[in-house]
Design a protein around this ligand. Structure first.
Ligand SMILES: [Fe+2]
Length: 313
């Protein structure tokens, strides 16, 4: 049986990808951002998932304003990086997991969540930037350490799905994963956010109080977050802050009670707040459960030693 062992929340700011691709990671402005992901990469190397489900949004790369699926699941064998206007990012082609993806599609659609099945899809910074942040910098001739099942969510044109719908979809994805016959250890990413607005009179808006409250509730009280209406995201977190509903898909796929093993928050990166969190499931199943628990304990101790666990740039 496959098991979701952990959830990862991460911003997917495009400028982070540009900083990586153009060798700027050691510049003080960017070092502040990248240093917050060093522990996460250590965690990922220790955890060694078999597959990652990555929830992200497409930024008019694979889809355009002519056609925007609410939930689009990538069932292909591979997903090339998209040309976002200045050529594809110099990162490897993302290998998919068609068998698991098709299984998720069947289970979730029969549970009445209407996914769009994508058998061919390019992926943009929304997915590849969090992959770099968690897996490290990998050039285009290398290989990502595990296959990925992409799930693209519409948060670019009104109406996006509600937070509650996203949270419940996460639960359906978990059910699907747990009915997959192979012993796979799966991590799920929720990406986007945190607070930001890229245009209009409030361009540059960042609301750290809102962001930290969101991270606290994501860890301890996600059902409260699932009730937040779109208008509150728009008012408090900016027009693009609505991306945060995607984190609720990740959270819905986890146990009600989780171990928060790492958190990082800094402002700004470009004009965006950067947030990152790693949550591990309490319940462990399968032959590698002990290892996952060990990872949580190890990182909790590391976090306790390195107070404060919230890193504010
Ligand atoms: Fe985005």
């Amino acid at each position: 049986m496959a098991t979701i062992i952990a959830g990862i929340g991460s911003s997917h700011v495009p400028a982070i990808g540009a900083a990586l691709d153009n060798g700027k990671t050691e510049e003080p402005y960017w070092k502040r951002v990248f240093s917050g992901f060093e522990k996460s990469q250590e965690w990922m190397r220790a955890t060694k998932p078999d597959v990652a489900i990555i929830v992200y949004n497409d930024h008019a790369s694979a889809f355009s304003v002519e056609m925007i699926p609410t939930f689009a699941l990538g069932c292909a064998a591979e997903f090339p990086p998209a040309d976002e206007g200045w050529g594809p990012r110099p990162v490897p082609v993302v290998k998919g997991h068609p068998a698991l993806a098709s299984h998720i599609a069947q289970s979730v659609i029969l549970d009445e969540f209407d996914l769009t099945i994508c058998n061919k899809m390019e992926v943009d910074h929304g997915m590849t930037v969090p992959m770099n942040l968690l897996f490290g910098k990998i050039d285009k001739n290398g290989h990502w350490p595990c296959p990925v099942v992409p799930l693209a969510v519409n948060v670019v044109m009104y109406p996006p799905p509600t937070g509650h719908r996203c949270y419940m979809l996460g639960k359906a994805i978990r059910k699907a994963v747990e009915s997959y016959p192979d012993n796979l250890r799966v991590v799920i990413f929720g990406t986007g956010g945190l607070s930001h607005q890229i245009s209009g009179p409030r361009a540059g808006l960042i609301n750290s109080k809102w962001d930290k409250n969101f991270l606290d509730n994501l860890s301890k009280n996600p059902k409260k977050l699932a009730q937040i209406p779109h208008i509150d995201y728009m008012r408090e977190a900016g027009a693009e802050g609505i991306e945060m509903v995607m984190w609720l898909i990740m959270r819905g796929a986890l146990d009600d009670k989780v171990d928060e093993v790492y958190r990082f928050y800094t402002v700004p990166a470009s004009n965006t707040a950067v947030g990152h969190i790693i949550l591990e499931n309490h319940r462990r199943r399968g032959k590698s459960g002990g290892k996952a628990k060990h990872t949580a304990i190890k990182y909790k101790r590391a976090a306790a030693r390195a107070k404060p666990t919230i890193i504010q740039g």
